[in-house]
Write a protein of this length. Sequence first.
Length: 427
Amino acid sequence: MDPADLDHRHRTYDGWIPPTVAALLHEHGHHGVLREAAARGDWFCARRLGEDAASEYGLDGQATALALMQPFAATGWWPAVSTVAGLLTDWERVDEAIALLCPLADTGDRYAPRDLARLLARQGHLDQIVALLGPRAADLLLAEELVELAAGHGRDAEIDALLPRIGVGPTDPFEPGDSDALDTVPLQATFLERQGRIDEAIVLLGRHVCVGGIVYAGHAEQLAGLLARHGREAELRAFLAEGGEEYALNALIDLLETQDRVPEALALLRESAGTGHPHAAFRLADILARHGRHDEAVEVLRPVAETAGGDSDWIIHLLCRILVDAGRADDALAYVDDYFSRYSGTRHEQALLRAEVMKRCGRVEDAEAELAAFARSDEELLRSGTVQGAIALAERLVRRGEPQNAVAHLRDRLDGAKVLRREHMRG
């Protein structure tokens, strides 16, 4: 094994059983097939067996899981290292997890120093965290982690000196050409918030919501969330009134809900929904349903779904979920049928939505029967020549109780050498 080969197989499934098929083999009790594949170096099967052993068999299970997955982790391949380190951490074997991550912190995946820093934080090793992440603070992922882990430890000046300045990305004044550069504004605002310097964070974000005529949604959302977290209702309402509705409304609703001011939240959403704002209607219906007012929620959503044209799936899905939760699954199915009879949409799309309703109310067999007419035949899947078709047929064979045929089919269709020979012969 080597990381490059493992990466290739992870992307292409060359010589490996895809994870959905491995999960089905496990679900149907074909553990021998999984063990054989794992012994041949199949990561997906080794992980499936290892995670199962780890969750059910105590110390013996831990040993079994490590025996299955450590050969992959020993190569330094990040997906395996991350998985094994996560298991060790779950088992409170943090020192072992740290030892596993340390070699990759300098040369491996950028997530290795992040995960290592989190483990060091569990043991209170702040000096090591600063030494690890400080030199890497140009990477905003790691700079954000440094800010989070060092907060409240009295080292703000030191951390501030390590962070990238606000000099690139959407800054004030805005300079065309910098828009693709690193955006350090959210990081600096978070750092100020962690220090308790809330007013400064608000000013910083407010100055960078709109720069050079461009609205930065991330800045606007962060500002709204900051105001809500700190109970700055008046400023949040002002932001809402000054054109920030798209970003401030949800934050204000969250604030009102946390303060048990649900009637006020509903009134605000009704006002916004009344102006034709579908997202406000969606949020309004969701809150009404969570408070047991299902009929009202349905009445809010019906006109929105009718006027959203061909882009109404997200509304119809919520409408059906609310009807099912209210014990009105038949009404949901009738609504789906009526909607598709009046608006464009394929019979397959209609069947998918009906099947979703049936599954939600526990009618799994009915859902499968609903979709059966649209299932591609084995021959169609075989002829498709796609990875997705090969996996779908393998899944079907496992469900039929033909695991060996499923594995043989995958080897024939996904094994790189066989595919190459077949293509060469065709040429």
